[in-house]
Every structure is written in C-alpha cells, then in structure tokens.
Design a protein around this ligand. Structure first.
Ligand SMILES: *Cc1c(COP(=O)(O)O)cnc(C)c1O
Length: 716
C-alpha cells in the first residue's frame, strides 16, 4: 500500500532565488538547455542523482545557497538570464504562432485525453511511443500557444522498470512515486480544499484527487485514486500503467474518460474540441452523452452534438493495441449509468460493437471512438489507408475507395530530442531563433552550411556521451549478476567510438521483429566482426509483463549479446526509458527499424535519430516512406510484400544484409578525407535538412489545428 506522501510544505530558498520554485514546477526546463544547465550548476551531485528540479530544491542544504550567493555574481546573472527567457516564453501577450494564424479565435481549449504522457524520465507516467508522442504533443501545443488542456492518470507505480538477470530473463520492478517530490500540485477548489471528483462503479463511488502538471503554457490534469476517501480495494486503480487485469484496465479507462470529463466540468473549462488520443479515453463519450440527455436532448441529437466537436486518433493496426473488453464486463460497469440516462444498456453497448448487428463480440473502444468522432485519423499516410480499410464498415455509405480515416503523420518535439552539440551547431549556423522556423524546409537547407569537421566533432561528442552511459549501465548490471572487478574492467574497453554503431530501441512487441537481423547468424557475424570494418549494434527495450513472446525476444538477444561469440559486438542496455532513448538517438550512426509492414503505424524514434544526424535503415513502414528520398537513409526491401511471414522475414533480412554489405558499411568507412567520412556526412546533412522540418511536432500541431481542431471548433 502507498507510503504517505511528503507533506506539501513549501520548499525553502533565499528570496534572491525565489522564482526557482516556479521554474521547477514548469517542465519548460526539460527542453531548455540553459534552465537545465542552471539547475545542474546549483548542485551537480543532486542533479545527477535526481534529474528532477523539485527533488533538487527539496534536498539542497541551506548553507549551500549562501555559497551560491557569495560566488561573485555569475550564478545570479545566469539565474536572471534563465528567468528572463522563461518570462519571455510565458508572456501572455507574446505573438504566438497560434495568434498569428488564428487571430480571431475566441473559443475554448482543445481537451486532449491520453492514458500516458511521456514528458521526462523523472515522471514515470509513460510506457512507450504513444506516451512520448502525447508529451511531445503537449510541448508543441505550448510552443504554438494553442489553447490546450491535457487529461490523464497519475500512476502511483507507473510502468515497470526492467532488470535482466544473467540468463536473460526480464524482471519487473515497480517503484513508488512520491507525488510531492515531482513537479505536481494538487488542484484546489475555490474553498481551498483538494479537488476530488467521483465516478460511479457497481455498488460504490470511487473518488479521485486531481493533480496539475504544468508544461510551458499548458496544463495537464491527472487523476489519482490512491486517497484515504477510497476503499482499500479501489485505491490501486491508478497504480499501474497498462495493468494486465482486464477488469482493472476497464476501471482505469472508465476513470480516465468519465472522471476526465468531470474534471473539466468541475473546473468550468468548456472545451471547444475533444481529442481522444487512442481509444483508452473513449468512455468520455458516455459522460457527455449522459449530460446531453439530462439537458433534454434526444438520443440522436446528443450523438450529433458530440460528433460535431470530437476528434480521434488511432495509433495502431495491431489488434491487441485496439482496446476491447468482454461485452458482459462492460455491461456490468455501465448498467447503472444507462439507468441514470434513462436508456437501455444495450444502446450504449451497441456503440462499441466492431460490427453492427448481432453475434457475440467484444466492446471495442476504437469502434466507439470512430463512431462518435467527426474527424478520425491515423498517424502516417500509410497508416491512414490501412485504418480506413480496417474501419470503413463503420461509415455508412462509404465506398471502397473512400478514405474515411484521415492521416496526420506524427512528429517529435525537436527541442526535446536534439542533442546538446548538434543543437549548438544549429544555433551557430542557422541562428538562435531556429524554433520559429521549425517547419520551414528552406530554412533547414541551411544545414548544408555546417562545416564537415564541426558536424563530425559534434556527432562524436554525442556518441561519446552515449558510450559512457552504456558502460556505466553495463557495470551496474554485471555487478548485479555477480561478475568480478576484472570482468567488469572489460567494459571500459567495450564500444570503440571509431566503430560504426547501430541502434535498435523500442518496445519489444513482436511485430517490431527485434531479432530479424539474426536470421542468418553467420552472415551477420561476418558483417559485425569484419576486422577492417567492424560494426556494433546496441539494443534496448522492454516487453510488456504479459507478453511472453516479447520477453523471449529480450532473452534471445540478451544471450547473443553476452553469451555468444558476438559478445563485444552486440549490446543490450536494460530499462529503456526516455533518458536512454535520448542518448541513443543522439549518439548512434544508424537507426535500425524492422517492423512487419504495415503494422508500425508511424514510429517516431527514427525521426529523433535523423534530427541528430543518424541515418535510418528501415522497412518501408509508418513514417519512413514519406521521408526516404534515397539520399537520407536506406529502405529495407522497399515494400515488397509476401503473404507468408517466413518468406517476408527471409526477404527483409536478406535485404538488410545486402544493404549493410554494399552500402552502409562502405559509406561509413569509405571516402575518408582527413579522417572524415565524406559520403556519410553528406547523407547526415540531407537527413537533418529534410526530416527536421517535415517531422517536427510543430508541423504536426499545425496539421491538427488546420485539419481538425479549428474546423471542429467552428473557427476557420
Ligand atoms: C520515441 C520513443 C518511443 C517510440 O519509438 P518507436 O520508434 O515509435 O517505436 C518509445 N519509447 C521511448 C522511450 C521513446 O523515446
């Protein structure tokens, strides 16, 4: 059961630094190097320990402040610069991109619902790509100045931390977060009490406290059931992200949708647009339906009213990713709300049927969301088409050639993912105002002006930081496995920075085929262990606790990495998270992506890598066909499709070996001038120049505003 949280007592600090409190509680610092640098300058050890400004400020010794005040003014002047930048960013009068594009907009905010938000490694309320995308979406909404509010759950234990034992078995560790040591504040009512909302479950009401998380100009509101007002058995509803038990998962998703809509009502926030990021939050539609029926609308009017300003984004064509529950289970939970709405439960349940009409079938949240949204989209052009085929039957009158599910290709928050050294080069060459030109392809052509030696040096710096982190993590892991100091000393010789380094990191879902490149072990070994032109591959990723085949893949690759003759050429780093992801995408030379086409709806890690100059080596799936131009990376198999999975694996792995042997390795080691790989550098620049403007979250938000939010809000 939960530890009692630290009391919310105020953090103490000298008056001179009083605004650090505000800064620590706004995640703006997480994508602003100057702010991060300042926190780490206050106390390097505390920063290294926590990577969380709130924790840092709580733990700092009072006498330490005096030292900072006495240091001759340089700390003070840096403090003023950070605060000046912060105030400039937060200025309510600022001419934001949104104000420029939609000067007459007077409507309410976009309410964005997501079951996970990946904002920073210190806030473990995310699992993988969907969460990181939600986090980047919120950050880009803030940059744009879009009226926006996010709704999610605050998980006491988050998602598991991964340990791997010496046999390659994945172990699941659950930490317990003390919310008062994170940049979270309880939301208060007008009378100063904690805001608590309640949701009806069979035979009881469950209460949830509301916490606020500030991301630049925007706010996220997160629900937490771990409070004394609840029965012991209900307190863990918001304990684990992607909890295995179906019943518990349903409890969470009812809370997210219904509770989330109630937060907005309690806080008198009237959204102009409701955006469901994936189907987990689709029960918000039932809550809105209940309200409209209570106001006296007919059933059909209520559905029409909801549809008008509701948007839905689907994120996967993989069946397991489209949340569905047993009809009887859903009936048990919605029966009483149906009664209070004065409708038959069957009417609510029909809204979640994948196929209209009879026959036993599960209650599908994607089907519910698609039915009650007037704008639905996939997350790449290819995925929009695949989703249209998958769900066309839900659109009465849609013809075979119609594309009822639109496409807005994902993007990533450039300031979050750009590494320190590459960012400095960009600022020196293109100017400090690059964020204002984030979506402009002409502007990014300026990358061509970066000097080759500078680009290579910046890349090697970032690679060096990655290698140091990996070595550190390996020593930690080997120590846990009981290795000797001599065995661990070997680690400091692992990962030669001059060797071509490939990265592969993502969730270990089986469709991502992490083990594809091991199909022809001997051919791979010849590539990796070529004495003149060796190659290293670095893996990282977690498999869901219920995914046995995924965990088998972890074990397989782990054993190749540490118990085969490829030891020293293949590496596996435990506990993939945003921090590992950031180091990997900033430090490797090649980003490998081998999903079973067309199951990777978009993929975003390859975008992050490309922005830092890594070259993508990818199946023609998700975002990659939109980005590949033949000069900014390589395409495996180029979309050749086989119905037989074994033949497809054979084809794709053969194409991978062939590309490695004929193109990737020669481009890296060949045509060196003064030690610089000239062909490689040209591709790096081409990748950055083409991929930064087209796959930034700023571009993604522009697309959502133009195609979904503004039309649905009744703006322009
Ligand atoms: C970007 C990111 C992902 C998504 O990677 P894909 O390529 O979309 O699979 C997953 N996890 C973390 C931690 C990330 O940063």
């Amino acid at each position: 059961m939960a530890i009692e949280p630290t009391s919310p007592g105020d953090i103490r600090m000298p008056e001179e630094f009083s605004r650090l409190r505000e800064l620590a509680y706004n995640l703006w610092w997480s994508w602003t190097p100057r702010a991060r640098g300042f926190f780490s300058a206050i106390s390097k050890p505390l920063w290294a320990l926590y990577r969380n400004p709130v924790q840092l400020l709580i733990n700092i010794e009072p006498h330490h402040w005096q030292g900072l005040l006495d240091d001759g003014g340089s700390v003070m002047s840096e403090y003023r610069r950070v605060i000046r930048d912060f105030d400039r960013y937060m200025d309510p009068e600022a001419e934001t991109p949104f104000k420029k594009q939609y000067p007459d907009y007077k409507g309410g905010p976009v309410a964005y619902f997501s079951t996970e938000f990946g904002l920073h490694e210190s806030l473990g309320i995310y699992c993988g790509g969907l969460g990181v995308l939600s986090g980047d979406h919120a950050k880009a909404a803030s940059d744009m100045g879009l009226p926006f509010v996010g709704i999610g759950l605050l998980y006491r234990n988050g998602y598991f931390r991964q340990n791997i034992d010496n046999d390659g078995r994945q172990h699941h560790l659950f930490h317990e977060f003390d919310f008062y040591r994170l940049p979270l504040r309880p939301v208060h009512t007008a009378s100063g009490r904690n805001l608590v909302i309640s949701v009806e479950y069979p035979g009881r009401e469950v209460k949830a406290r509301v916490w606020q998380l500030t991301v630049g100009r925007v706010k996220l509101y997160l629900l937490d059931t771990d409070i004394t007002e609840n029965d012991m058995a209900d307190r863990p509803i918001t304990s684990q992200l992607y909890v295995r038990g179906r019943d518990m998962r349903l409890c969470q998703e009812l809370l997210l949708g219904i509770g989330g809509a109630r937060i907005l009502r309690e806080m008198k926030i009237k959204p102009a647009v409701w955006h469901m990021n994936e189907g987990h939050s689709a029960f918000l539609l039932f809550e809105r339906l209940r309200e409209l029926l209570k106001e006296g609308r007919t059933w059909d009017e209520a559905l029409e009213t909801i549809r008008k300003n509701t948007a839905f984004t689907t994120h996967t064509p993989v069946a397991a990713g489209n949340e569905a529950f047993d009809m009887e289970l859903v009936e048990k939970y919605v029966a009483s709300s149906a009664k209070s709405m004065g409708v038959e439960a069957g009417r609510l349940l029909d809204l979640g049927k994948s196929y209209p009409g009879g026959g036993a079938q599960p209650f599908n949240l994607t089907a519910l969301a698609v039915r009650l949204s007037s704008y639905s989209n996939g997350v790449s052009k290819l995925h929009g088409e695949v989703s249209s085929d998958m769900w066309r039957h839900l659109f009465p009158g849609a013809r075979h050639e119609d594309k009822p599910i639109k496409a807005i290709t994902n993007g990533v928050h450039v300031a979050t993912w750009l590494g320190h050294d590459i960012r400095e080069l960009v600022e020196d060459t293109l100017g400090n105002d690059w964020q204002e030109h984030c979506c402009d392809p002409e502007f990014w052509k300026g990358v061509g002006k970066i000097r080759d030696e500078d680009l290579w040096a910046a890349h090697l710096h970032q690679k060096d930081r990655l290698i140091r982190l990996v070595r550190h993590r390996l020593v930690e892991m080997f120590a846990r496995h009981g290795n000797s100091p001599d065995e661990m000393r070997e680690v400091s010789r692992m990962l030669d920075p001059n060797v071509l380094l490939i990265g592969f990191a993502r969730r270990f879902a089986t469709y991502k085929r992490a083990a594809l490149i091991f199909q022809d072990y001997n051919r791979l070994r010849a590539i990796l262990k070529n004495p003149e032109r060796p190659v290293h591959i670095l893996f990282s990723g977690k498999a869901h606790p219920a995914d046995q085949p995924g965990q088998e893949l972890v074990r397989h690759i782990f054993n190749i990495a540490y118990h085969s003759d490829l030891r020293g050429h293949v590496f596996f780093v435990e506990d993939y998270d945003i921090r590992i992801a950031r180091h990997l995408v900033q430090g490797v030379e090649v980003w490998l992506n081998t999903p079973r086409r067309p199951r990777e709806a978009s993929g975003t890690s390859g975008m992050k890598a490309a922005m830092n100059g890594a070259l993508n080596l990818s199946i023609a799936d998700g975002w990659w066909p939109e980005a590949a131009n033949g000069r900014n990376g390589w395409t495996i198999s180029d979309g050749r499709h086989f119905d037989n999975e074994e033949m497809q694996d054979y084809e794709d792995s053969s194409s991978f070996y062939h590309l490695m042997e004929d193109q990737v390795v020669p481009a890296f080691y060949g045509n060196r001038k003064n030690g610089l790989p000239m062909d490689w550098l040209a591709m790096m620049k081409e990748g950055m120049a083409t991929i930064i403007p087209a796959f930034s979250a700023a571009r993604m938000l522009e697309d959502y505003a133009r195609n979904a939010y503004m039309p649905l809000a009744g703006g322009k």
